[in-house]
Design a protein around this ligand. Structure first.
Ligand SMILES: Cc1ncc(COP(=O)(O)O)c(C=O)c1O
Length: 400
């Protein structure tokens, strides 16, 4: 006869979930989802600039006849639909990196490519090098893979190649994760000579490069810097990540990974396990869109609007920020990076900002190791110039 039922405790969550954890800032920022708040926090593209009509037409055409609808609503291959892979390869080639469709895998946002690469390359305890500060969700992805994340010293132009070489020799990392162009969170761009040096070090010292480039097409001034992937030394060891989120719409969740054949194969196996494939209908609609609309002309419109917004932000910062603050002038992308004067803590001040109906992201969570609590990230693309000016007025009151 069975004895009395005593419930045993449920098994624990995986240890890595505890080490990665959520962010307390998310809780504060969840209070900013009110229409009256001017948010410099999220990296949200301006919704008014989405080409809704063009995308609707592309979806209509994709679902418009029975044969095409049957294909669009069906399962498809893990690597992505051929016409979108071909279009991505053609765009990469036009940007200076010879690419064929079979070098590309379509991913569910470029975020997924980060998880796939972590799955394909990292064993627990492996060392991953990152810029400091860097993109938070990449840190989370590497943390979930059990990697040990080590920061590479940077200055206002990004990675310092001599410091990189020294750390590679000391730590024997598997990969360097970098956002060389209009970095998140700092907005900074790695100059050409340093790109060449990073590629050369990777080639000589045996290192994978993960080059994350969701912002590169949003340049407002200065000249185009070729991808790291195009530099001697890097060609056979760079995983390049691109995204349609900032130039088309993030809700489509369409990104891509271009990688050397063996690494791409491993990433495709990881993708099968993750989601079988990226949404067929979204891929086919995007391919139709690219075939019928001049995306570059659309991006030029977005760029012009964002440049004006960046200028509105830069024009108001000296008035809004306390004396002694410093900030950069990003040549593109979505973010400016601020350092408040001594004695200021950007995380502690966020509550006051939110009470004044303005929000930003404190810089601290983007750091590996010791954070700089005086830093914060301002996204300038979501709001109109007049809203930005009003937001800066509120920020000035909150920081006073
Ligand atoms: C540096 C970086 N990488 C990747 C992503 C993910 O972009 P998505 O998955 O929308 O392509 C973002 C999003 O903000 C980002 O800033």
């Amino acid at each position: 006869m069975p004895g009395p039922l005593t419930a045993l405790p449920l098994p624990a969550f995986a240890a890595r979930t505890a080490s990665v954890g959520g962010s307390p800032i998310r809780d504060i920022l969840s209070l900013t989802d009110r229409p009256e708040v001017v948010s410099f926090a999220g990296g949200y593209p301006a919704p008014g600039l989405f080409d809704t009509a063009g995308l609707r037409a592309a979806f209509d055409a994709t679902l418009g006849d029975p044969a095409s609808a049957a294909r669009a609503l069906q399962y498809s291959t893990t690597e992505g639909v051929p016409e979108l892979r071909a279009a991505i390869a053609a765009r990469a080639t036009a940007r200076g990196l010879e690419t064929t469709a079979d070098q590309v895998c379509v991913t569910t946002g470029s975020q997924q490519a980060l998880s796939l690469l972590a799955g394909a390359l990292l064993d627990p305890g492996d060392v991953v090098l990152v810029e400091n500060p860097t993109y938070l969700a990449a840190l989370q992805g590497f943390g979930l893979a059990g990697a040990r994340v080590v920061p590479v010293p940077c200055d206002e132009d990004g990675i310092l190649p001599d410091a990189l070489e020294e750390i590679v020799r000391r730590e024997r990392p598997k990969l360097l994760y970098t956002i060389p162009t209009f970095q998140n969170p700092t907005g900074r761009t790695l100059p050409g000579a340093r790109r060449a040096a990073v590629a050369e070090i990777a080639g000589r010292l045996g290192l994978w490069l993960v080059e994350d480039d969701p912002y590169g097409e949003l340049r407002y001034e200065g000249s185009h810097e070729p991808w790291l992937a195009a530099h001697p030394g890097a060609e056979d060891r760079t995983a390049l990540l691109g995204s349609f989120s900032k130039v088309m719409a993030p809700g489509l969740r369409l990104g891509w990974l271009r990688a050397p054949a063996a690494l791409l194969r491993a990433a495709v196996v990881a993708k099968q396990a993750a989601d079988l494939h990226t949404s067929t209908v979204n891929q086919l609609a995007a391919a139709r869109y690219l075939a019928s609309v001049d995306l570059d002309a659309h991006v030029a419109t977005v760029r012009e609007a964002y440049r004006v917004r960046r200028d509105a932000l830069l024009a108001g910062l000296s008035e809004a920020l306390p004396p002694g603050s410093r900030w950069n002038r990003p040549e593109g992308g979505m973010f400016a990076w601020v350092r408040l004067p001594a004695g200021y803590d950007a995380t502690a001040r966020l509550t006051s900002a939110v009470a004044h109906d303005v929000a930003y992201v404190p810089g601290a969570p983007f750091y590996t190791g010791t954070p700089d609590h005086r830093t914060l990230r301002l996204s300038f693309v979501t709001h109109t110039p007049s809203e930005i000016t009003e937001g800066l007025r509120r920020l000035g009151r909150a920081l006073r």
